[in-house]
Design a protein around this ligand. Sequence first.
Ligand code: ZN
Length: 150
Amino acid sequence: MADLRDLYQELVIDHSKRPRNFHKLEGANITAQGYNPLCGDRVTIYLKFENGRVQDIAFEGTGCAISTASTSMMTEAMKGKTKEEAEAAFERFHDLVTGVYPRQASDPPLGKLEVFCNVSDYPVRVKCATLAWHTLRSALEGTGDTISTE
Ligand code: ZN
């Protein structure tokens, strides 16, 4: 197994320098904004949600390397997912960054998102890593408000 810490550094640097799906999304039917006052991270998530699935997803925003990389990797992971699958992935990702993942052996793997397990060593960074996910959930629940991690 590759050293997760090295892989984490590599992926965070790569995704923060060259974020994937980093643009306004034409044809988006849901947008949601998130803000992490602790660090100053801001993100806008654009979703094209049709036929019960995330058909497309993109984001814009400014923030630290961890929040940008986490948002970039979240958008890659969520394409094609149902609302329920996205909610379940959020729960597992939250468990991961708070150090309690996996709760049970049957929990489906998170793939390369698992590199974020290192964040559990830095509690102040948990909000940077989960901002995108909180914002995605608010988008899927259609609250439309700017969510804050505080
Ligand atoms: Zn941050």
